[in-house]
Design a protein around this ligand. Structure first.
Ligand SMILES: *Cc1c(COP(=O)(O)O)cnc(C)c1O
Length: 323
């Protein structure tokens, strides 16, 4: 599965970039030219697209023409507004110190946000027994632990938290366990890195940002939930002016029930096109190439006594300091 792609993957190759950009512009201008002939409302029933989707992302790349054909045949009939096609999943999670921002947002006092100290000897990974101890302490102090965030490759230290151990603690205390894999989640499409997600089956939610490492435009975040009901129950609203046949029948996925705002851009098409156009093998190759570059940089740092690598590198993030 993880074999090297036969074609050289160079997403910024100028000729194909210019050629494909022109083809997309032609596609869009044709759409505009004929826009009056398109129906104003979606012509398909909820779930239509799912039936035509393959179970797996393609391993090798698709040609642009076949992607545009798919847009014509499968996406355009489902549009209800012409503007939707011109705009290329975001929900928030909470990370490191910045996760404190999210606690503020949901009304948890900063006082009740509990950062847990990590040690350089453990490569700044959280220790499940330290977390368990902190939980016990909180309960003794009359506090009720409810949400726990474990990051895979933290921004400052590149720490990877042990999901199996932390997942078991979260279960014991009935906490919602969120895995923040914003940056490193993309790398986990490679079998070499996938073991960093071992234990993910114990989590309630996991998020990753394709806009970080998958050539996807800002902003695009994927969020998986074990049970989506709690999200929908807390974010859904049902005012008269938003009701329609599909929402009343509950057959349609109403993304406004899964995010803070009611309106949203069609971000997922951006990621879908990237996966189709590059293919999984090329995306893996892209990750591997970046990791190789980081490894090379790591080596250069090691030969210069002025610098010191602070934490061993795991992906393509090298944390170093001036000694
Ligand atoms: C980048 C990053 C975030 C922030 O992601 P945005 O959705 O782009 O704001 C959160 N957590 C980690 C670990 C990150 O690397």
């Amino acid at each position: 599965m993880d074999s090297l792609p036969t074609e050289i993957f160079n997403p910024l190759e100028l000729n194909s970039f210019v050629g494909e950009s022109h083809a997309v512009l032609d596609f869009l201008s044709d759409y505009c030219k004929d826009v009056e002939s398109y129906p104003a409302q979606s012509q398909v029933i909820p779930g239509f697209l799912k039936k035509g989707c393959p179970d797996y992302a393609p391993n090798s790349l698709e040609l642009l023409e076949s992607i545009l054909d798919d847009v014509c045949n499968n996406i355009i009939p489902g549009l209800s507004l012409p503007s939707e096609i011109f705009n290329p999943l975001k929900l928030d999670s909470f990370f490191g110190e910045s996760h404190a921002k999210a606690t503020k947002l949901v009304g948890i006092l900063p006082l009740n946000f509990r950062p847990i100290t990590t040690l350089s000897s453990a490569e700044f990974a959280l220790s499940p027994s330290d977390v368990r101890m902190a939980m016990k302490q909180d309960l003794t102090n009359g506090l009720f632990p409810l949400f726990f965030c474990a990051t895979i490759d933290t921004t400052a230290a590149g720490a990877v938290n042990p999901l199996i151990g932390l997942g078991l603690v979260a279960r014991d205390y009935g906490m919602w366990l969120h895995v923040d894999a914003a940056y490193a989640g993309s790398a986990c499409i490679s079998p070499k890195f996938r073991p960093y997600l071992d234990g993910v089956e114990l989590c309630d939610s996991i998020s990753m940002n394709p806009h970080k490492w998958f050539h996807t435009n800002m902003d695009c975040r994927c969020l998986w939930l074990t049970d989506r009901r709690s999200l929908i129950e807390s974010l859904s609203t049902n005012p008269e002016f938003l009701k329609n046949k599909a929402s009343e029948s509950h057959d349609a996925v109403d993304f406004m029930d899964r995010q803070l705002t009611l309106s949203r851009r069609f971000r997922s098409i951006n990621l879908w096109v990237i996966i189709q156009r590059y293919g999984v093998a090329n995306l893996r190759n892209h990750v591997r190439k970046d990791v190789e570059l980081a490894k090379h940089f790591d080596g250069l740092i090691a030969t210069d006594c002025k610098f010191e690598v602070v934490v061993p590198r795991k992906f393509a993030l090298v944390g170093f300091r001036l000694d």
